[in-house]
Design a protein around this ligand. Structure first.
Ligand SMILES: CC(C)(COP(=O)(O)OP(=O)(O)OC[C@H]1O[C@@H](n2cnc3c(N)ncnc32)[C@H](O)[C@@H]1O)[C@@H](O)C(=O)NCCC(=O)NCCS
Ligand SMILES: Nc1ncnc2c1ncn2[C@@H]1O[C@H](COP(=O)(O)OP(=O)(O)OP(=O)(O)O)[C@@H](O)[C@H]1O
Length: 506
């Protein structure tokens, strides 16, 4: 990770959204590889001769809003973190700043760097001088010993960072953060992509500790909308965005019912300042999850495999859209697509060794009365309700399917070969492939599709799905993910994006 620190006069950010936009743009132009940009806002009169602290105030919070908003407009992947431990404090702890693992300091003037930063490469970016000499303070800013906030905090984004910053600026001792457990989130859009609770907690703690390590953070999983806010008698204030004000009010109703002291409620708007086009309300976790679709999420497995043919497994639960995605991929140039279900069906055609083996295993009753072929539906009935029988079938069929696929791909030698196989991961094929592409839909949708397509009952569809890995288990191993939950054009757009990225890395 490449991290830099922007050290600037706080008035530069107060001027306008467009001035802030150009400051962040300049930083990224100078260092395009920056993954994370810390911002240390300096009081205008704070230079080497005078120590003056930046104060928490409503106008300071507006500056944070502008910064997060404009940074998001410029790059949705830049991890901006405005530091807060210097707010209201004249001396800045060396230990704090040196823990940030910085590679570069970007600044407006060549002087006044805190001592611990002076050994780092520093670049003066010559921002335009501030128009005003005064800093504005706005309304009174009250600080409390114990503050509480709550949320899901999936894929920590600018809206979350502003909520956390507001609460940190209002807190002098301990900030309690309730984080929703996975089971409360099943109904959310693209719920299978929500980060696990432990990851969300760790990212939250990382952000909070970095921006201000001098207060305590009590980060607790919650299983209801209130969490500790209606239990902890020591809490004094709650912070919420304006959109969630009703939730904060409900906390106080519940506290009153339990005889607990009412919390001071502080809200802040998530709308933009100074009329720029970005709106923090559009920065949402579901947007972040949507952005993951069709994108490379981790490095391909190309250490030991030859570059050609480049092997990609397409997998997903029954009814998740593997076949339609594979058909679409087959229209791309120099690719080969193998439908492993079809290969399996061919492998036990009448007269083959496997045919005789299956008859030996399951008896004559699995044969079509007229054609003498294996009646797949009959085998399905046996194996989807019986784990032992299914394992046996898999052990008989998978090696044959795998050998056929690899031999065919080798012979045709296309640039890219896609293997469409529902049980790719279960069968342990991942190591033989460069990438795993996973498609998923919620279970409810999969059941609907399977019952309509295959004329089976809901119970049969569920039984089939439950013999397979879960969406989350597959997504954990995926290089690229798709969701076919919407219109075909949306699926195709995801696949086009993945294809375009793939052609760039091949
Ligand atoms: C069990 C069989 C006879 C049922 O045939 P049927 O025509 O009803 O289903 P079809 O072959 O079209 O498969 C539909 C879907 O069922 C699921 N499925 C198939 N086999 C299995 C299995 N062994 N375990 C779990 N799910 C399975 C997959 O999602 C598959 O895409 C048939 O699926 C089969 O031969 N399966 C073994 C081959 C296999 O493992 N294929 C998966 C890819 S290698
Ligand atoms: N936007 C979409 N993209 C892809 N498939 C969709 C979409 N909308 C609906 N579907 C439907 O979903 C159903 C299941 O898709 P498909 O047959 O491709 O699944 P599959 O993953 O190959 O399933 P199985 O493993 O059971 O063979 C199909 O009937 C398809 O028409």
């Amino acid at each position: 990770m490449t991290a830099g620190l922007l050290h600037i006069d706080s008035r530069l950010v107060s001027q306008s959204a467009s001035a802030t936009f150009s400051i962040v743009t300049k930083c990224l132009e100078h260092r395009p590889s920056l993954d994370r940009l810390y911002v240390l806002l300096r009081h205008p009169q704070n230079n080497t001769s005078k120590d003056v602290a930046v104060s928490a105030s409503s106008s300071f919070f507006e500056q944070l809003t502008t910064l997060y908003n404009q940074a998001f407009r410029i790059s949705s992947t830049l991890d901006l973190r405005v530091l807060l431990a210097n707010v209201n404090h004249t001396s800045i702890s060396d230990q704090w700043l040196s823990s940030l693992d910085l590679q570069v300091v970007l600044q407006d003037t060549p002087h006044s760097l805190p001592a611990v930063l002076q050994s780092l490469p520093a670049v003066n970016l010559h921002f335009a001088s501030p128009h005003t000499l005064e800093t504005t303070h706005g309304a009174k800013w009250t600080v409390y010993k114990k503050v509480v906030i709550g949320g899901t905090f999936d894929h920590l984004h600018a809206g979350h960072k502003l909520l956390l910053s507001n609460a940190i600026l209002r807190c002098s001792q301990c900030l309690t953060i309730g984080v929703t457990r996975q089971e409360m989130l099943e109904k959310k859009r693209l719920a299978d992509l929500i980060q696990p609770l432990a990851v969300r907690q760790e990212r939250l703690r990382g952000f909070c500790q970095e921006v201000n390590p001098f207060i305590d953070y009590n980060i607790v999983p919650i299983s209801d909308p209130f969490g500790p806010s209606t239990v902890d008698a020591d809490l004094v204030a709650i912070v919420a965005s304006e959109e969630t004000l009703d939730g904060a009010r409900a906390v106080n109703v519940e506290r009153a019912r339990k005889g607990l002291k009412e919390l001071a409620v502080h809200t802040f708007p998530l709308n933009d300042v100074e009329g720029s086009t970005a709106d923090l309300r559009t920065i949402s976790s579901s947007y972040a999850r949507q952005q993951m679709l069709g994108r490379l999420l981790k490095a391909p497995n190309d250490k030991v495999l030859p570059r050609r043919p480049y092997l990609i497994g397409i997998t997903g639960g029954s009814g998740s859209g593997k076949t339609s995605i594979s058909k679409y991929l087959a229209t791309k140039p120099d690719v080969m697509v193998i439908d492993c279900d079809k290969v399996a069906h061919e492998a036990y055609k009448k007269g083959t060794a496997l045919y005789h083996r299956l008859v030996q295993e399951y008896g004559q009753s699995v044969l079509h009365a007229e054609t003498g072929e294996i009646a797949r539906r009959e085998i399905g009935r046996i194996v989807f309700g019986n784990e032992e029988a299914r394992k046996k079938l898999n052990s008989l069929i998978w090696p044959a399917v795998r050998d056929y696929c690899l031999a065919n791909v080798k012979e045709s030698n296309p640039k890219v070969a896609f293997l469409d196989a529902a049980l790719l991961l279960e069968a342990g094929w991942a190591d033989a492939l460069h990438e795993i592409w996973v498609t998923f839909v919620p279970e409810e949708e999969a059941v609907k599709r399977i019952t309509e397509r295959d004329s089976v009952t809901k119970e049969e569809a569920l039984r089939r799905l439950h013999t397979q890995l879960s969406n989350r288990q597959r997504i954990d191993q995926a290089h690229v993910i798709f969701s076919t939950l919407w219109d075909y054009s949306v699926t195709h757009a995801q696949v086009d994006r993945a294809w375009q990225e793939l052609t760039q890395r091949l």
